[in-house]
Design a protein around this ligand. Structure first.
Ligand code: SAM
Length: 222
């Protein structure tokens, strides 16, 4: 099986199940024009996030890693009236593109882009006594995933869902001897998940336009 085949299948699913979407397409075009890297989720992955948020009945969503706001648009569209998405981004240029894209998608009132290191923003949310989030999507600097997982557990409630992207890393996650900081961190995060009695989780491998990777899904139980 080849990347070409995975891409063709993703394109087929996106065409038949998603179709054209002006706001999403223009968000990608604006991100491209601004020179942002092409590391947003794929359309079918964005829709998966949206379906999870809707299934979850999420009124409050937290995203770690905004980029140009592509996944934020998918997630924010799942919110009911009065719902809120807070998305955390370290790079002001990325945040500016995301803010414009979210406004263009008609989501400016339901989404807040917080600029700064996510570790600081997460601590601030806890200090401010933020209401628990119903869904957290972790998709920023991978070496910080253990920290983001720990904050996500603190900032959620029993029944909340935490989704972590890019946990397979082309299969490298299976290598216990890897010295790649992202792989080491993803493995460390899984150790923390396994040792955390308040959560239950599974990880799934995926292939598609984004290559060979995967998600971890974590349900907060108590
Ligand atoms: N979720 C986005 C999407 O699918 O459209 C993609 C996010 S991209 C993979 C990761 C983003 O995390 C980048 O925009 C990067 O600037 C941001 N980032 C990296 N380190 C960060 C940190 N320490 N705090 C907050 N954001 C960070």
């Amino acid at each position: 099986m080849s990347q070409q085949q995975w891409t063709a299948v993703d394109e087929y699913f996106s065409e038949v199940l998603i179709g054209p979407d002006e706001a999403l397409e223009s968000a990608l075009a604006a991100a491209d024009a601004a020179g942002l890297p092409h590391i947003n989720v794929a359309p079918n992955q964005g829709k998966l996030l949206q379906l999870l948020a809707r299934t979850q009945g999420a009124r409050r969503i937290l995203e770690v890693g905004t980029l140009g706001g592509y996944s934020a648009i998918w997630l924010a569209r799942a919110l009911p009236a009065g719902g809120r998405l807070i998305t955390l981004e370290i790079d002001p240029a990325h945040a500016a593109v995301a803010t414009a894209n979210l406004a263009h998608a008609g989501l400016a009132d339901s989404v807040e882009v917080r600029v700064g290191p996510a570790a600081d923003s997460l601590r601030q949310l806890a200090e401010d006594g933020a209401e628990p989030f119903d869904l957290v999507f972790i998709d920023a600097d991978k070496p910080s995933n253990p920290l983001y997982f720990e904050w996500a557990v603190k900032l959620t409630r029993p029944g909340s869902l935490i989704v972590v992207d890019n946990v397979v890393r082309g299969g490298a996650v299976g290598d216990a001897d890897s010295t790649d900081p992202s792989v080491v961190a993803v493995r460390r995060m899984h150790d923390l998940i396994a040792a955390e009695p308040r959560v239950t989780a599974t990880s799934v491998q995926t292939v598609g336009t984004k290559g060979y990777d995967g998600f971890t899904l974590i349900r907060v139980e108590g």
